[in-house]
Design a protein. Structure first.
Length: 317
C-alpha cells in the first residue's frame, strides 16, 4: 500500500532522528490526525507483488525439511539452524517483491528532487525540469514491469504536493523558490526513501563523477561491483551479481541519452561546468551518498579495530 501523504504525526519521529529534542506522546496527537481529514488527503495505491509459496521457499532452503524428525518430536537448536538462516532470507525476498511493486507518487518525486539540491531549495521551473528528468530515467530503465510511474505533468505533481502542505505555499511565477525547512526536510526524507532503490545505480554512477571528470566503463563497473553486496542488503535490490553488469549498461545508456554523461567509446565524461546538465549530474549523485558514506565509516571503523594499515585503493566517493 502506498499513498501520497501520511499523517502529520509522522513528523516528530523524523525530527528526532535528525537531532531534534524527543517529546512524549500526547492525547492531542489524536486530534492532529483528525484534523488531516478536513483537507486534501492525496491518493492511495494498492499494489500486489509476486506471491511467495512458503513451502517451495523452505524446500529450496532445506530439502526434505518436512520429513525431519525434529519437526514432530521436538527440536534442538542444531536441528533448526537452517530455519534461523532461512527466516532473514524470506524477509529479504518479501522486501524485494515490495520494491518491485513501487508506486512513484508526487510526494516521493518532489522529495527526491528537493533533497538532492543545495539547501533543499529550487526555483519552481527547475524543480519541474528535475522531476521530468527523474521520471525519464525511471521510465527508460524500468526497475520492474510492476513499477508504476505518474502520468501527470510535473507542474500538476507539484501542485498536488502543495495542496498536501508538504512544501511551503507556492508563490506565483515560474522562478519562485521552493525551499524546505528542517521539519519538512525530515518528513520528505520518508517519501524519498520509498523510491530510493529505483535510481540507486544512476545515482551511484553520477556519484563517481563528483570528483573525477572522466572514468572508463570497466572502472565504473568495478567500483559498483565492489560495493553492490552492501547496497543490495541495505536497499533490498533485486539484481544478482550476474545481472548487475547488464543493468549498469542500461543506466549508462540512459544517462548519456539524457546528457547527464557523454562517452567516447568506453570512456565516460561528466558535463562541463558551464553546462546546465552538470548540476543535474552532481545533484543525482548526492542521492545515494549517505548510504555510501555509512559503508566507508563502517569499513574505517573495522580497519581501525583490527589495526590494518590504511588501504592504498583510493576512495572514489
Amino acid at each position: 500500500m502506498g499513498r501520497t501523504h501520511c499523517s502529520n504525526t509522522w513528523v516528530d519521529p523524523w525530527v528526532e532522528l535528525m537531532g531534534g529534542k524527543k517529546r512524549k506522546e500526547r492525547i492531542s496527537d489524536i486530534f492532529r490526525v483528525a484534523s488531516d481529514f478536513r483537507g486534501f488527503l492525496g491518493n492511495a495505491y494498492l499494489q500486489f507483488g509476486d506471491p511467495i509459496d512458503l513451502k517451495d521457499f523452505l524446500d529450496a532452503q532445506n530439502p526434505g525439511w518436512e520429513n525431519n524428525d525434529s519437526q514432530t518430536h521436538g527440536s534442538s537448536s542444531d536441528d533448526n539452524a537452517w530455519l534461523f538462516n532461512a527466516t532473514p532470507k524470506l524477509g529479504e525476498k518479501i522486501m524485494m517483491n515490495i520494491n518491485e511493486s513501487t508506486v512513484v507518487t508526487s510526494s516521493s518525486l518532489v522529495a527526491v528532487a528537493l533533497l538532492n539540491s543545495n539547501n533543499h531549495s529550487l526555483p519552481k521551473d527547475k524543480l519541474e525540469n528535475r522531476i521530468d528528468l527523474y521520471i525519464s530515467l525511471m521510465n527508460s530503465s524500468r526497475y520492474s514491469n510492476k513499477t508504476v510511474l505518474p502520468t501527470q505533468s510535473s507542474k500538476k505533481l507539484i501542485e498536488q504536493v502543495n495542496a498536501l502542505k508538504l512544501i511551503p505555499k507556492l508563490d506565483d511565477g515560474e522562478k519562485s523558490l521552493v525551499k524546505l525547512n528542517k521539519a519538512q526536510g525530515a518528513m520528505m526524507s520518508f517519501y524519498r526513501n520509498t523510491i530510493l532503490h529505483l535510481l540507486t545505480l544512476e545515482s551511484f554512477i553520477c556519484g563517481i563523477f563528483q570528483a573525477r571528470e572522466e572514468v572508463s566503463k570497466d572502472e565504473i563497473i568495478e567500483i559498483i561491483e565492489m560495493l553492490y553486496p552492501y547496497l543490495k542488503g541495505e536497499l533490498f535490490l533485486k539484481w544478482t551479481n550476474v545481472e548487475l553488469k547488464h543493468e549498469i549498461d542500461k543506466r549508462l545508456d540512459s544517462l548519456v541519452a539524457l546528457k547527464l554523461l557523454s562517452n567516447d567509446g568506453d570512456l565516460y565524461k561528466r558535463p562541463p561546468f558551464d553546462s546546465p546538465h552538470y548540476l543535474e549530474t552532481k545533484s543525482l549523485g548526492r542521492m545515494i551518498q549517505p548510504t555510501i558514506d555509512r559503508f566507508y565509516i563502517l569499513m574505517l571503523q573495522l580497519l581501525s579495530l583490527i589495526h590494518i594499515s590504511e588501504p592504498t585503493r583510493p576512495l572514489y566517493i
